[in-house]
Write a protein that binds this ligand. Structure first.
Ligand code: SF4
Length: 319
């Protein structure tokens, strides 16, 4: 392989981790949330300065932990919406665990504030942690406001029958929403994480799961691989996970030009893996205006130092 990536270019991405805390304790996410860390109180100014300095349309991804449990969740959403340029979009990751009445209140406030800028919830159904009916009811609310964009149904072989039944219900009731059965991949950058690949192997051994997923984002052959002899092929994210080919260690990666990943304390990184890597130092902090401008002027491809890349496959990699 000499280069790899998606041919579709995305908007510039800003990922902001509002909190490291989560009210669930999914085994596949053990080191991607941290309930002991003290989250700084949310401060919008640094983010607004950054968005202004970027001066372009952005795909802003608000995530956690679980962002809706942060006391400043609505204040953050409204502040971000105020700062975003016209064609930007705001995506909010959530497990939809918030109580129905409170979620209705959130949707109402966000709907009143979004004006022309689209806001979408990217939801995930973690069946080991929640009741399907509660999750479903919140999907109905988000869908009513046209803010339900995606439902990731986390898959685990032991619970297959229930999960597939629930996926079918979601697809029937929300035919326009992207519903995806996802192997419970551990996104960890640490080698000692529990069962990092087991679920994808189970997935490929289950004809029904594969059949239900063949047209889903992670299973479509949309990523182009260019080989030294001039030939190329297309593969899916799931193919890379299954075949343990999701390592780009040593390659240059355009993530450094196309994305900023920001932690709740304002520390900035260039890729998803870095924010979860305790050995990685932040490149700058959004509360320092000068550091921030220097960083933006120096956005460039970076050399990947990780052995696993799980999510950001769109960015181009090359030697
Ligand atoms: S881990 Fe980060 S640097 Fe490495 S390929 Fe993935 S996105 Fe790029």
């Amino acid at each position: 392989m000499i280069s790899f990536g998606s041919e579709e270019r995305d908007l510039f991405c800003v990922d902001y981790r509002l909190t490291s805390k989560c009210n669930y304790n999914c085994w596949y996410c053990t080191d991607m949330h941290n309930n002991d860390r003290k989250d700084d109180q949310f401060e919008i100014k640094g983010l607004q300065n950054l968005i202004k300095a970027l001066n372009r349309d952005i795909r802003f991804f608000l995530y956690g932990g679980e962002p809706t449990i942060h006391p400043d969740f609505l204040y953050a959403v409204e502040g971000i919406l105020d700062a975003l340029e016209r064609n930007s979009i705001l995506e909010i990751q959530t497990n939809l665990s918030v109580k129905k009445e409170k979620f209705q209140f959130f949707c109402d406030r966000i709907n009143g504030h979004r004006k022309t800028r689209p806001v979408f919830f990217l939801t995930s159904y973690h069946y080991t942690e929640c009741d399907f009916e509660d999750f479903f009811n919140n999907c109905v609310i988000a869908n009513r406001y046209k803010m339900l964009d995606q439902i990731a149904v986390m898959y685990q072989d032991d619970y297959r029958t229930d999960i597939i039944k629930n996926l079918k219900i979601l697809r029937k009731i929300f035919p326009k929403v992207k519903t995806e059965l996802l192997p419970l991949l551990c996104g960890s950058v640490k080698e000692n994480s529990p069962r990092p690949y087991e679920d994808i192997d189970k997935f490929y051994n289950c004809p029904e799961a594969l059949n239900l997923s063949k047209n889903d984002f992670s299973f479509i052959d949309r990523l182009r691989v260019n080989y030294c002899d001039g030939t190329h092929s297309y593969v899916s994210s799931a193919y890379l996970w299954k075949n343990r080919q999701n390592s780009f260690n040593g390659m240059l990666c355009d993530v450094g030009k196309e994305r900023i990943v920001i932690d709740s304390n304002g520390d900035c990184y260039r890729c998803f893996n870095q924010i979860f890597d305790e050995t990685q130092k932040a490149e700058h902090n959004i509360f320092s205006k000068k550091e921030c401008l220097d960083f933006l002027q120096n956005m460039k491809s970076i050399t990947c130092t990780y052995d696993k890349c799980f999510f950001d496959f769109n960015h181009y990699r090359y030697y």
